[in-house]
Design a protein around this ligand. Sequence first.
Ligand code: GDP
Length: 362
Amino acid sequence: MEAGIVGLPNVGKSTLFNALTSTQGAQAANYPFCTIEPNEGIVSVPDDRLGRITKFIPPQKVIPAILKLVDIAGIVKGASEGQGLGNKFLSHIRQVDAILQVVRCFNDPDVIHVTGNVDPLSDIETIEMELMLADIQALEIALPKAQKAGRTGDKEAKLRVAAIEACLAHLTKELPLRSLKLAAPEAEAIQSFGLMTAKPILFVANVDESDLLGQGPMVQRVREFATKISAGIVPVCAKLESEIAELEEPDRSEMLAGVGLKEPALAALAREAYRTLGLQSYFTAGEKEVRAWTIPVGATAPQAAGVIHSDFEKGFIRVEVYSLEDLEKYGSEKELRAAGRLRVEGKNYIMQDGDICHFLFN
Ligand code: GDP
């Protein structure tokens, strides 16, 4: 899963990105297959269930799920026409699964706001408008090509033309594509475009240190807006998070407790990102490793196996599943099995959040 951090300049994107990724350097070593660009960072998704499993199945290695964060340079008004860093940066957003939009909700006379005053809703509107304009441009470039291919009888291209036209009609009403429901074949026909306003969005309200829970009026306005468009919102004080990130344990936990926070922002952010994207985790647990895997809600057992390796999906035979609660109750897999609490499921099984699995495959 990859999330792109966007926002106007000076809202705290880099501060947040650095705070989230700075303590995670060692984690990246677990993922040699990921190429990491300078503006990218890998963070592990905090999940207390991993710790609970390892109490009963102590492994050599614990591997959490990961989230790749991409710090996309600030978007300014006119970005879609090449203002600021312009189109080149917008194209980075096409590749991500979700957008984390940082919105400035802190007051600090020393930090200049690009438009002169702090107004989160107007900032959100500016970004949304630039993303919509960029989507319109991409679609207008793609339309004649698809029409040409459609005229030769290419069925896929005909679907693409219909989808592009529907998207353009929606966008010209100044509505983001998130709120347009296309039929599955049409949505698939334009999936490779990476249309930005179709991506799920999560607002990160960068709050004052005096409003860590985000109860101030500015955050409330963002919250109301987010609710209206079914987006998530997480209040975070990027400045404080960056100070916390510099500390080692146990100082870090002490500082968190001192300011009244239960967990670092990353935990809440990751949880919300999962929810926004309709994702959940399942686990594999053995002596070698205990590991979290990310799947969409509603995934079947073979699809879940496919996340480990595509061959596992093709050769799927069955899966043995048990729950963490049962592991805690019976204390070991052996006892669970003896008690008949280890279920055998076939290819139509719909995975449940937190399932602990052994896959059997050809
Ligand atoms: P970006 O342009 O969006 O990447 O913004 P930066 O992360 O570079 O932050 C711009 C300025 O705002 C820097 O001087 C930060 O120290 C400051 N800043 C970032 N987050 C906060 C915050 O939560 N509170 C306050 N007071 N200042 C912040």
